[in-house]
Design a protein around this ligand. Structure first.
Ligand SMILES: *[C@@H]1O[C@H](CO)[C@@H](O)[C@H](O)[C@H]1NC(C)=O
Ligand SMILES: *[C@@H]1O[C@H](CO)[C@@H](O)[C@H](O)[C@H]1NC(C)=O
Ligand SMILES: *[C@@H]1O[C@H](CO)[C@@H](O)[C@H](O)[C@H]1NC(C)=O
Ligand SMILES: *[C@@H]1O[C@H](CO)[C@@H](O)[C@H](O)[C@H]1NC(C)=O
Ligand SMILES: *[C@@H]1O[C@H](CO)[C@@H](O)[C@H](O)[C@H]1NC(C)=O
Ligand SMILES: *[C@@H]1O[C@H](CO)[C@@H](O)[C@H](O)[C@H]1NC(C)=O
Ligand SMILES: *[C@@H]1O[C@H](CO)[C@@H](O)[C@H](O)[C@H]1NC(C)=O
Ligand SMILES: *[C@@H]1O[C@H](CO)[C@@H](O)[C@H](O)[C@H]1NC(C)=O
Ligand SMILES: *[C@@H]1O[C@H](CO)[C@@H](O)[C@H](O)[C@H]1NC(C)=O
Length: 377
């Protein structure tokens, strides 16, 4: 069940131009995820190889049966059979692909390979397949190139703190045979959090892998994105993460949307004992942009924390201090979100012997922040 027709149908409706993946004059094939071109000029075999190179492509070598099907659909109405990048080695008499890949002997058309030549053309009309042709004959060149669909995409940069990106064709349909790399680069001294939602791919066969740094080696593997459950949020240790999306030859789905954020490396500030003081970063000077500082207070069993904020000034709504009635920070332990110019004085007594706080600032407008002191009661 390859849902291609659906893709092609919707593509027009939502303004996704299927041809936009390829340079002008080339045709994108969503089955092989390659761009193809058949020349109108005619060439000998050797000239056709040169021609393809000169326009940024390669002669077509057929890499799989699904690619053969794609090529059939592409050539079934052409009158002249185009060259395929395969020829006979006259020493061994065996055929090989110019690009060194495996030559599929089952792709010959009926009664082939004959002895009538050492080069190969492709017959699109039934019975379709490879056909031996004299290398000096004049036939169209058949070129392909891998589109810049998703490869080498660098996302972010040294001053970018967040962003989104998606699988090619999202939200309609991604393509088969993809090997996409997205390199996320965040500012220095940050780590990256990333969330995939929605994430709809062909289970087991199409998947996203995450790696630490500019790597795809096993040692740097962070996780394979899970298609089920809640575990779709992941984290790097450093400020560079490689995201790799691989799909197989059949069945595609709507794909995924990734949202990433750079987070500063800010160790948690923890205090215990009988009293203490806590302040926003740099206080009484202005805090920085994109801060996310966590604080923990725990006191002796049976005691409670009596926290007083006596100075407070942040950018209203966007820079804020969260107070939690637990050491765990979540919506269900959040007791107050403080922001703006009219917070102090503020007092809070924890129900248990521990509590925590989180200070968050955005990318614009910094103020002096806040000052708090606490004691047990
Ligand atoms: C040769 O082309 C085939 C078909 O596209 C491809 O799968 C294979 O990776 C290529 N091999 C090399 C060595 O470029
Ligand atoms: C060529 O392939 C296209 C797409 O698969 C198909 O619609 C068309 O009927 C085929 N034409 C011939 C002559 O086989
Ligand atoms: C043909 O095959 C022989 C034997 O394997 C090899 O030495 C030679 O390089 C091949 N020729 C070409 C043009 O690949
Ligand atoms: C970030 O770190 C790299 C490597 O340590 C360094 O070359 C670069 O200058 C730093 N960039 C900034 C903006 O500090
Ligand atoms: C990532 O690694 C690849 C392969 O090692 C290299 O070609 C590329 O330039 C690197 N990209 C960056 C942004 O460092
Ligand atoms: C505050 O804590 C310090 C030790 O961190 C202690 O010496 C001092 O007595 C405490 N003050 C009060 C009023 O409990
Ligand atoms: C909490 O601390 C404030 C400020 O020091 C003080 O006024 C208040 O009485 C304390 N509350 C309790 C229950 O100890
Ligand atoms: C937590 O609360 C925020 C703000 O109300 C909301 O946007 C977010 O979806 C909530 N998260 C969860 C996991 O419920
Ligand atoms: C902590 O705060 C949450 C949310 O305000 C509240 O539902 C919960 O009962 C509180 N827990 C305690 C121990 O007070």
């Amino acid at each position: 069940m390859i849902r291609l027709p659906i893709f092609l149908f919707f593509a027009g409706l939502i303004g996704l131009t299927v041809g936009a993946e390829c340079p002008l004059g080339w045709t994108f094939n969503p089955v092989s995820s390659e761009c193809y071109l058949i020349s109108t000029r005619l060439f000998t075999f050797d000239e056709s190889v040169q021609y393809c190179n000169s326009i940024g492509g390669k002669s077509v070598s057929i890499g799989s049966y699904s690619e053969k099907d794609a090529i059939v659909a592409f050539t079934n109405s052409t009158l002249l059979q185009p060259w395929i990048g395969s020829r006979r080695n006259t020493t061994t008499t065996k055929f090989y692909n110019l690009n060194g890949s495996y030559f599929y002997t089952l792709m010959w058309t009926t009664n082939e390979p004959s002895v009538n030549g050492d080069c190969v053309t492709f017959k699109g009309a039934t019975p379709s397949g490879l056909q031996v042709t004299q290398c000096y004959q004049l036939q169209p060149a058949f070129c392909k190139q891998t589109p810049a669909l998703c490869n080498s995409a660098v996302i972010g940069g040294s001053t970018t703190w967040s962003g989104t990106f998606q699988s090619p064709g999202y939200p309609t349909q991604y393509y088969n045979n993809l090997d996409c790399r997205y390199l996320i680069i965040a500012p220095n001294n940050t780590y990256i959090t990333i969330e995939f939602y929605p994430y709809v791919v062909e289970e087991w066969y199409d998947y996203v892998d995450l790696y630490e740094g500019n790597s795809t080696s096993f040692a740097d593997h962070i996780a394979e994105v899970s298609s089920t459950g809640w575990a779709r949020g992941y984290e790097s240790e450093g400020n560079v993460m490689n995201v790799r999306f691989k799909t197989n030859y059949a069945i595609t789905d709507k794909g995924w949307l990734a949202t990433w954020k750079a987070k500063k490396d800010m160790p948690v500030i923890s205090q215990s004992g009988t009293n203490g003081t806590m302040v926003s970063p740099n206080y009484p000077n202005n805090y920085d942009s994109n801060d996310e500082q966590k604080y923990q207070i725990s006191v002796g069993f049976g005691a409670q924390v009596n926290l007083t904020i006596d100075d407070f000034r942040t950018e209203s709504r966007f820079d804020y201090l969260n107070i939690y009635n637990s050491s765990t920070q979540s919506n269900s332990t959040l007791v107050a979100t403080l922001s703006g110019a009219s917070v102090a004085p503020f007092n809070y007594i924890s129900p248990k012997s521990y509590m925590s706080m989180k200070f968050v600032s955005d990318g614009s407008l910094q103020y002096k922040g806040w000052h708090a002191y606490w004691s047990i009661c």
